[in-house]
Design a protein around this ligand. Structure first.
Ligand SMILES: C[S@@+](CC[C@H](N)C(=O)[O-])C[C@H]1O[C@@H](n2cnc3c(N)ncnc32)[C@H](O)[C@@H]1O
Length: 433
């Protein structure tokens, strides 16, 4: 009754884009290792296609997937996605490589079951019947999410799902599982979207968007997973000149430098939840460590990346972050004005940036002028065939400013930034768009 997964489709090995983020993932040579699981990766909404490319490069293959329940769905590099999630099948080596090296995803979950539910009683039955692995006698937590209009809330979903997990455990062992929401050993994830229920075991500890290099956080600092996605959307390759003219705390330049060097964005000490689920595999871990090292040894030193920022205090923050990430020598960072062509150097193949959002009241007129001047300066220095990707909240203001500058808006994605949505806009010279 529980699993309503669609059959896997056979597809050719995916054709991968050549951007630096996907290329860094492709460079990790991974032989197959361990059992293959159906998994789902979470990514900020709007980042799915770049995440699918990166995951396909890390060895994820098409999977039988639950019927997507959101309006926005698609397939990229052979992997099915819906807003916020990418589905695939991955063996233990590919999963470990994802946890270690993926830049565009925030969480990886082992998808155990997907079905339809209309009530809390049905949630209980579905979780009770889900083929979850045997959980160890160790603290566990249920993380529940609910999207859509239901007669119940997520704490109630968590409670009945927890009861169901415990009923299964008691039937097998005669004991109850202790609950620990702070430091659980295992985490069962239960998500209800409209009538669709997904049940899985989290394989990540914390969110993968956390980077060790954040020495200082800019007040409007970007989610690094989104920064990596923007680099992919621009199609930036590691041998091309890149500029971030509104760099703030330098999230985008740091992600670019790390991808070019093929250096894992979270260092070596990434935790995972494989062992308590019976999935520990020392040989796979050693293989992945060696493969990640080998990719780094063959990494590119990018041509100087360029970062400019108007405020001296933010330049200092950016400097601290670049130094903490060990990439200060790869980035030409200075105080500068994005409205002036000099900020972009002699020329560049890609501009990837997030300018001020202008969320404060009374900012519209200033924003119009700022965007007009910065897009005119971009157009003057962007090489033929290059693209500029801006993450902003006023796409119409930017589109109106782009046209007189000779830039055309060629692509727009709605990006979930947690408390609000923003738009990733890709511009190209109008004559080539
Ligand atoms: C949204 S923040 C960028 C945040 C950055 N992506 C990060 O993750 O830290 C925009 C930045 O643009 C800077 N800025 C505003 N006007 C500017 C201008 N004319 N030239 C350069 N930087 C400017 C602001 O000081 C602010 O730090």
């Amino acid at each position: 009754m529980v699993t309503t997964l669609l059959p896997a489709r056979t597809v050719e090995p995916p054709l991968l884009p050549g951007d630096a983020v996907t290329a860094a993932a492709s460079a990790i040579p991974l032989p197959r290792h361990g059992p293959t699981l159906t998994v789902w990766a979470s990514t900020p909404g709007g980042c799915e296609e770049q995440a699918a490319a990166e995951l396909a490069a890390l060895g994820w293959r098409p999977a039988p997937v639950p019927t997507p329940r959101t309006a926005q769905t698609g397939t990229a590099c052979g992997l099915v996605w819906e807003r916020g999630s990418v589905y695939g099948r991955a063996d233990i080596a590919a999963i470990l490589a994802t946890l270690r090296a993926a830049r565009t995803v925030t969480r990886v979950t082992w998808l155990v079951a997907a079905t339809q539910v209309a009530s809390l009683a049905e949630v209980f039955t579905a979780v009770r019947e889900a083929p979850l692995p045997d959980l160890p006698d160790a603290p566990f937590a249920v993380v529940a999410e609910r999207h859509g209009r239901q007669a119940f809330r997520s704490p109630e979903v968590a409670r009945v799902a927890g009861d169901a997990v415990n009923a299964t455990h008691r039937a097998r062992t005669g004991r109850r599982l202790p609950v620990d929401l702070e430091q659980p050993t295992t985490v069962v994830r239960v998500e209800v979207t409209d009538e669709r229920l997904r049940v899985g075991c989290e394989l990540t500890v914390g969110s993968l968007h956390r980077r060790a290099y954040y020495a200082v956080r800019h007040h409007a600092g970007l989610n690094p997973a989104v920064a990596a996605m923007l680099l992919g959307l621009a199609g930036w390759r590691a041998d091309q000149r890149l500029v971030d003219p509104f760099c703030g705390g330098a999230t985008i330049p740091v992600e670019a430098a790390l991808a070019a060097l093929r250096r894992p964005p979270r260092g070596a000490g990434v935790g995972d939840r494989l062992a308590p689920l019976g999935l520990a595999d020392r040989a796979a871990r050693a293989t992945v460590d060696a493969a990640v090292r080998s990719a780094q040894e063959r990494g590119d030193r990018p041509p100087l990346l360029r970062a400019r920022e108007r405020e001296t205090a933010h330049v200092r923050q950016a400097w601290s972050n670049l130094a903490a990430a060990g990439v200060a020598d790869l980035v030409d960072l200075d105080v500068g004005d994005a409205r002036r062509p000099e900020a972009y150097g002699a020329g560049c193949a890609a501009v990837v940036t997030n300018p001020p959002y202008g969320l404060r009241a009374g900012w519209r007129a200033q924003l119009r002028e700022l965007y007009r001047a910065a897009l005119a300066a971009t157009a003057e220095r962007l090489e033929v065939g290059g693209s500029a990707v801006w993450l902003l909240t006023a796409p119409r203001v930017a589109a109106a400013a782009a046209e007189p500058a000779g830039l055309a808006l060629v692509e727009r994605r709605t990006i979930g930034l947690g408390s609000f949505d923003a738009f990733a806009c890709r511009f190209a010279a109008a004559r080539q768009a």
